[in-house]
Design a binder for this molecule. Sequence first.
Ligand SMILES: Nc1nc2c(ncn2[C@@H]2O[C@H](COP(=O)(O)OP(=O)(O)OP(=O)(O)O)[C@@H](O)[C@H]2O)c(=O)[nH]1
Ligand SMILES: [Mg+2]
Length: 149
Amino acid sequence: MFGFFKKVLGKTTESIQEIVPKKSDKISKELLEEVLLEADVTYELVEELLYYMPPSDMVSRKDVKRVLLAYFIDVKKEEEKEAKPFVDLIFGINGAGKTTTIAKLAYHYRLNKNQSVILAASDTFRAAAIEQLKRWADIIKVQIVATQQ
Ligand SMILES: Nc1nc2c(ncn2[C@@H]2O[C@H](COP(=O)(O)OP(=O)(O)OP(=O)(O)O)[C@@H](O)[C@H]2O)c(=O)[nH]1
Ligand SMILES: [Mg+2]
């Protein structure tokens, strides 16, 4: 049932499955809130997700699936990424976690998809931005193109 989420929310679904016994079909909203927050889902989004759940204290796997799915309606289908090369555009406010996410994606593509990844350090302005990306490239063993700050 949670196949789709396993792909996009690996760790989060694992946490949910760990605490919801296989036979049980319900999870308390309180516990669901805890799991989502521990999985780094922002407080605002957790509040919003809970708002769209049914009014009862316990929610079913079906409800969780329905509500979470609505948030991933725009997730690109895997096939769309088959064309090579492709570029992912990541954007967000300062310190939101863009670079870390880029490293996670690059690692995922290299390891799980067996794709060839190349990082390009294009933030030549922020202090240590190039160093930060170089460090990630080194850790996850992907190529990087970088120049001077
Ligand atoms: N808890 C948690 N911390 C994270 C996550 N992603 C990034 N961080 C931390 O948040 C801080 C900023 O992450 P970066 O990836 O450098 O953020 P950024 O958006 O690239 O930052 P700028 O390039 O300065 O705008 C770092 O200390 C990361 O370790 C995450 O998913 N969870
Ligand atoms: Mg960054």
